[in-house]
Unconditional design. Sequence first.
Length: 404
Amino acid sequence: MTGEPWDASWRAVDSHAGVAEWPSMTIDVFADDLADLRSRLRATRWSAAWPEPEAGQAWDAGVNQQELRRLVAHWADGFDWEAQQRRIAALPWHEADLDGTPLAWLRFDAEPSTDADPLPIVLLNGWPSTALEMVDVAQRLATPSAHGGDPADARTVVVPALPGFPFSPQRPRHAEQTHDLVHRLMTEHVGAARYAAHGGDLGAGIASRLAEAYPEAVAGLHLLAVAGPVDLDPSTLTNAERAYLDEVATWNDDEGGYQHEQESRPLTLAAGLSDSPAGLLAWLLEKYRAWSDGDVATRFTDDEMLTVASLYWFTNSIAPSFRPYWEFNHGFTTRVRRVEVPTAVALFPHDLGHPPREWVERLYALSRYTVMPRGGHFAPHEEPDLLAEDITAFLRTLPAAGLP
């Protein structure tokens, strides 16, 4: 990359366990990079137009072309990336090197409270999100008094940028498990002997494997999605479980094409999305629209949507973000067998699946099961109050741990 960076500040020494900190986070976006993005957007070669869809069917064959064109035009000539980068830079970034895998992470320290030994928690996002999706929830957990909560519930919150995703775009070797890296981050760099974990989507799988592998360290597990049994006797299924599996099958038929492609031929797809910002935005926008509770515009502003796309574009991380799908499908990822730590599950109505209680209990020591009144796949962004309240209620049931 050439030219002058928009934010050239870099690292300083931090007092937390000797790790490095970015007092002003940069992802090395240079003037030439921004100019190249805008040039590509303005020169987009649009696909041949289809006949006008029926009313209400504008998304049936994929991304709505009028909405995509509108956002591409705004991305090229109205979107203020520099303002978003300044906002990102103000967050409490840190960096850890885990045997050659650089990991960026956010640390939100707990506000002072009457509890001198609060249990910290790590929050893990899913695809196609970024660590930024967790910021609103993290702030509510770390400083509840600023959001109408009780300071006694405050706790330190850690949000890793997952390997292969924006901010940590380098994915480690196939044999290295992300949950092992998260455990090392929490114990070696955060200094937590005991901690809780939360995750949704891919993050739920990482959190589940984390709790299964390190039950002596993970005091509790809060999930938005759950793993399924590796070995299942169909004769033991309840009616609710059969209905759930039918729901999953229907969803796979209607929405699962992206997953099959990312599991089977991700590099073919990545070649196009890494070269065309309009194509990348189309791939992301379709998911944000289909998986949100309500039209995407009611849940995400244009600038929020384009910030996600810009992060994937500037870090060239769409290809490595596909790798968890391919690795799972090809047997590189550890399967969840049984999680014995206390587990809470919160189900949002417009998320991708709604497993019944008995399905969850096949693999998890379920202690809390909540059906939310609203929200979708991006619940940390869509409904941060609801999610933070449910996490807090669960954490109150767990013993305290400590941080140095």
